[in-house]
Design a protein around this ligand. Sequence first.
Ligand SMILES: [Zn+2]
Length: 329
Amino acid sequence: MNRTVREIPKIELHCHLDGSVSPEYLATQAEEQNIALDMEKTSVDDDCQSLVEYLGCFDEILKVMQTEKSLIDSVVDVAAQAHRDGIKYIELRFAPKFHLDKGLSLLDVISATVQGAMKAEAQYSVVVRLLVCGMKHHSNAENIEVFRYLHEQPSLQKYVVGVDLAGGEEDDAMYEFAECIAYAKAHKLNITLHAGECGCNKNVYDAIKLGAKRIGHGVSSLKDTELLSKLKREDVLLEICPCSNLQTKAIQNINDIDIPLLKQLDVPFLINTDNRGVTRTNLVKEYALLLDNQLLTLEDIPLINKKALKYAFVDSETKQQLIKTYFDV
Ligand SMILES: [Zn+2]
């Protein structure tokens, strides 16, 4: 079955660069940069108790992602994994502020990831685009400082196609970030926002109101048909990440991801990995888990991916090309 899932052309819209580098990448970087890494601390297993514990892995990983070369290599590494999963288009997201420890500027960091995307595209038949993340524990001013490169640096615009807000989630907190989200909106940047990962539906309602075109996770909305109808009405896509949600206890059971209900209400959604390395997953495994639990069928997969491509932030010309080549089924 896995071989067949792999062969179906797919896209992925929710994948964190730092959380998705492979153990091989980490070992190579640790050796090249002479940094001692505790590999045990770079991923979690099913004993993980919360999002906070989950996010702890990133501190260890980020020790080796502070140079231009390590950033370029990281994008190529994750694109190679995506290619192995049968992915034809991927958006990789990262928080530039997490890569400044060794003197890189924000622009250096973003430029290095763009170089990585170009290198990866030359090596693999996968289109790679990037999203920059502001962080929920950073101020609006700090997040605006990151977002402004997207409209001030035309050379980056082909590859850096949108913004996100990531990090730990508190109840009813979305309006604390209203200023930086409004900034992104005013500059016509594409916006996806992490929300509804810790059970708070108000965050999802507010994220939609603030202008998100996609919601990172949003799994809590699966228990609220009114909210699901709103997502459908406002044409907002849910970026669902099953294995990550099980580990962070965003859901208790895989059946909580009620795909039959999403299909019935025609709510836009896509299946993603979130963090391949930290979660020890890949996209084939994510689909296999849903197939094994009868939450979808093999025939659903091409359709889900084709429909979700509409919500990708890549330019429309590239999108049309992708549809023509892989998704016109
Ligand atoms: Zn995420």
